[in-house]
Each structure stands twice: as C-alpha cells, then as structure tokens.
Design a binder for this molecule. Structure first.
Ligand code: IMP
Ligand code: MG
Length: 173
C-alpha cells in the first residue's frame, strides 16, 4: 500500500489536546500514583511517551511486543508474545497502552494473560478504537479517538513499517 495518497485524520494539535485530557483523567483516577504503564510496541511508542508526560502522578514504564499468529490481514487470535513485560505486575495498578484496537484479538488475549498474574487493577488506554472489524470485545477505558474503519498511519502507527514518524494521524486512500 503506497503512502502518497493520505489525508489528515487528526492533526498534531488535536492529538496533543486529547492526550492531555487522557493524562488528566488517569491522574485523577489514581491520585496515589505508582502506576505501571505497559506499552505495546512498536505502535504505542509515541502515544505512550506523550501520555506519561501529561500525568500529574508517578509512574513506571515497561514495554512488550506481541502479535497474533496469522497473515497480515486475517488474524487467528492466537497470541504470540515476542517480548514479555519484565516488571512483576502482581499487586500493581497497570495501564496497558496500545496504538489501535482493530479486531481486538491481540489486546484481549494479552489482557487475559496479564490478569492471570494478579495485578491490583488493569485498565486499557488506546489511541484509536477502530470499531468496524471488532471480533473480540475489549473494554477500552481511555480512548483517544473512535473511528469506524480505514487504514491509519502516523503518530507511531505504520503501514509496512513506514509512516510512524508523522506527528499527525492520516488515513490512507
Ligand atoms: P487486532 O486488534 O488484534 O486486530 O490488532 C491490532 C493491531 O493491528 C494494532 O495494534 C496495529 O499494530 C495493527 N493495526 C490494525 N489496524 C491498523 C491501522 O489502521 N493502522 C496501523 N496498524 C493497524
Ligand atoms: Mg499494535
């Protein structure tokens, strides 16, 4: 898929304002701080970096790499953990951070795995909730933007590893 034809979905300023709101919301819910943010690589790296900078409370960060087995377009739903979280999560307040929830299969499966390790709480922050192709319902507690469909790049999201560097979000046409 070429990236020459793309249109702005949300510009950098709009994203910045929304991320700021999410940071305030999370800070208000956990005034005691000591949160553990777990970012799902690679797509969440920019969102995560901005989100933690908008917090008014203390936190730690960790990262995981996961995907589901299957072809590029059809996911099997079976979780593949490429790099697991290195911080013990038992008794911790965990916020799992993803770039975009599409079918929901990857996030739902990893969330279940983390719940098995007895965190004190586990919530999900996703920059984009893309609803059209949802197969597995997964609660997004902090959602940046809800869109029906389309292929989105920028602000960490890629198309064949290209386009992550853009400060805004674009939809490929
Ligand atoms: P799913 O929710 O298990 O289908 O997987 C979601 C993952 O697929 C996301 O974390 C992204 O890595 C990737 N993905 C799905 N839709 C898009 C998109 O529109 N742009 C970029 N990556 C996407
Ligand atoms: Mg992802």
């Amino acid at each position: 898929m070429g990236q020459d034809r793309k249109r702005v979905l949300f510009d950098a300023r709009t994203i910045g304002e929304r991320v700021q709101q999410l940071g305030k919301e999370i800070s208000a819910k956990y005034p005691q701080g000591n949160l553990l943010f777990v970012g799902i690589l690679k797509g969440s790296f920019m969102f995560m970096a901005d989100l933690v900078r908008c917090l008014d409370v203390s936190c730690e960060v960790d990262f995981v790499r996961i995907s589901t087995y299957g072809s590029e377009t059809v996911s099997s739903g079976e979780l593949k953990v490429i790099m697991d979280v290195s911080t013990p999560i038992e008794g911790r307040d965990v916020i799992l951070v993803d770039d975009i929830v599409d079918t929901g299969l990857t996030l739902a499966a990893y969330r279940e795995m983390l719940l098995g390790r007895s965190p004190r709480s586990l919530e999900v922050a996703a920059l984009i909730d893309k609803t059209e192709r949802r197969e597995k319902s997964v609660q997004v507690d902090y959602c940046g933007f809800r869109v029906p469909g389309g292929f989105i790049i920028g602000y960490g999201l890629d198309c064949n590893e290209q386009g992550r560097q853009h400060a805004g979000l674009y939809v490929l046409e």
